[in-house]
Design a binder for this molecule. Sequence first.
Ligand code: DGL
Length: 257
Amino acid sequence: MFDSGFGGLTVARAIIDQLPGESMVYLGDTARAPYGPKKLPEVREYALECLDYLVRQDVKALVIACNSASSAVLRDARERYDVPVIDVILPAARRAVKLTRNGRIGVICTHATATSLSYDDAIAAVPGVDLVTQPCPLFVQYVEAGITGGTELLQTAREYLLPLREAEIDTLILGCTHYPLLTGVISYVMGEGVALVSSAEECARDTYATLTDLGLLSPSSNPARRFLTTGAPELFETLGRRLLGNFVTEVEQVYAV
Ligand code: DGL
């Protein structure tokens, strides 16, 4: 599993919940994160380096947990590797299309994901569905600072989400690894009439379905999990645990991917 940093741990957690027997190598490129404000060719270069590294660890499947990286490399990655590649964009887009009743879907994401138009591409073929995209870059900073509530965050959320409320969407895709941790405030601002789609949950379901369909599910009841980071392991462990609990242990530093 690959992410730009810590946020992909939301996807890791969803996968551990749904597939507790699977072993996992998680690589967070924290030394070069955040990817969200970067240009797509740069994100592409970093993401392919990290994915090449994971493939050299002899994995049976790759999960690109990062929306910005999925947006930049999904097609290339599917051609480049012999193992199945699961992303966060397509499963979330499919779920949103199924859920919407009025045909108006919103997605909140980083600038990189918004610029790539990856969610637009995923939904383009569906007739009668419109997508409204809203980058919310500060949300990543709030989550990494451990802030998931309070008046300042609420005010920021109201400003970011206003165009989506005005567009009268009925389904909102949380198109960034960090946003499931802000479900409370996002749901509070959008109201109960708007269904939230977590790309982390949908990615985990897709991982389950892909491994099952390809006969790749592990019979193991004793999975091994490794957490690798290109940055400082102490920081990864501290932030990872603060955000997502005790399953983040034994973080190792990778110097060259
Ligand atoms: N993982 C990124 C994403 O899902 C968010 C953090 C970053 O910008 O690197 O788009």
